[in-house]
Design a protein around this ligand. Structure first.
Ligand SMILES: Nc1nc2c(ncn2[C@@H]2O[C@H](COP(=O)(O)OP(=O)(O)OP(=O)(O)O)[C@@H](O)[C@H]2O)c(=O)[nH]1
Ligand SMILES: [Mg+2]
Length: 333
């Protein structure tokens, strides 16, 4: 079948043939969200081949972009076609996504695809945009797909939910292991990279992390059959990068051979479905509350004639009745 020029199929075909502008156009549309994004993600899903998705997270300034650029350069030199998605949560404030210079430089290599993605503007937020974008890159034949994001607050948890392997990058002076634990980084790490080993304190940070890994193992965190290695690197000079690449590859093999991969994909599927469901229900709730009947119920609560709990039960029963009556057959697979 020959795809119509400019259609999603045509763009996907061109992206798979190495046309980075076609891939970029698809990602722009995925980023915007809505039905168009969903259609693109669905079409990409049919073509996606299960690229290894590597999340790279950690505190601001730890050297994530520098490390990603090193990794990507090594991968490309080895004949791979890696892609980088740099997710920038700060763009809501600055108004534009900022991409590390090093990562931008890596994009000069024709086999590498680099893209920064703003969370601003996507109706469903990062949780919806990233899996769609990853799928487009997978369908375009990129492997691995590296997703860089600042680990602060809830965000890194979302990204690790979209990744097969998560590398947590830290550096001396950016907070101790306890803080990493508080930020939720421990739960998501498959590989720790203590960057800036050229600076004082790197070895101390490594020992702290080793201790925490041992403790979390005792308390039964994470995958019982995988102990996250703690590696010291200097992304600026490239020292130790090969070891990080090897650890990432070893984790991928572990996922393939141990059944942990199946479990992780299941978790990922569940997370993605939950995100999509939440967005659907949010929309349905908003629409329902805009209806005349719900308006009367809301007014009754405001007037003290009905309790909020009773109103919620009433509206919920109407909402669920409407959902089962109006349910449409699911599109795609
Ligand atoms: N001394 C030293 N500095 C480094 C090393 N790696 C990165 N840096 C520097 O650390 C700063 C931050 O590096 P980035 O790679 O932009 O860090 P990042 O984690 O991507 O930062 P954000 O994306 O802004 O959170 C830059 O000035 C780098 O040059 C290293 O191994 N040693
Ligand atoms: Mg960065």
């Amino acid at each position: 079948m020959i795809a119509r020029a400019g259609s999603v199929e045509d763009l996907l075909e061109r992206a798979a043939a190495g046309d980075r502008r076609a891939a970029g156009r698809l990602l722009t549309r995925v980023e915007r969200g809505g039905g168009d994004a969903e259609r693109i993600a669905e079409a990409a899903w049919v073509r996606a081949g299960g690229a290894h998705v590597v999340g790279v997270t950690g505190p601001p300034g730890a050297g994530k972009s520098t490390l990603v650029a090193d990794l990507v350069a090594a991968l490309a030199a080895g004949g791979a076609r890696p892609a980088v998605l740099a997710v920038d949560p700060s763009s809501a404030i600055t108004g534009g996504a900022i991409l590390g210079d090093r990562v931008r430089m890596a994009a000069v290599d024709a086999s590498v695809f680099v893209r920064s993605m703003a969370t601003r503007g996507h109706t469903g937020g990062l949780a919806l945009a990233v899996p769609g974008a990853v799928r487009v890159l997978d369908a375009a034949g990129y492997c691995p797909v590296l997703v860089e994001t600042v680990g602060a607050g809830q965000l890194e948890v979302d990204v690790s939910a979209a990744a097969d392997t998560t590398v947590v990058v830290t550096a001396p002076g950016l907070g101790d292991a306890v803080q990493a634990n508080k930020a939720g980084l421990f739960e998501v790490a498959d590989v720790f990279a203590v960057n800036k080993s050229d600076l004082d304190g790197a070895d101390h940070a490594r020992r702290d992390l080793e201790l925490m890994v041992d403790l979390s193992h005792v308390t039964g965190y994470g995958d019982p059959n995988w102990r996250p290695p703690v590696l010291t690197v200097s992304a600026a000079s490239g020292a130790g990068i090969d070891e990080v690449g090897e650890a990432v590859a070893a984790h991928r093999r572990h996922l393939a051979s141990s059944g942990s991969g199946v479990e992780r994909r299941r978790r990922r599927a569940r997370f993605e479905i939950a995100s999509k469901l939440r967005r659907r229900f949010d929309r349905a709730v908003a629409e329902c509350l805009d209806s005349e009947a719900a308006g009367a119920t809301v007014a009754a609560v405001a007037a003290g004639e009905m309790s909020p709990a009773a109103a919620t039960r009433l509206i919920a029963s109407e909402l669920l009745a409407g959902a089962s009556a109006g349910s449409s057959p699911a599109g795609g697979r």
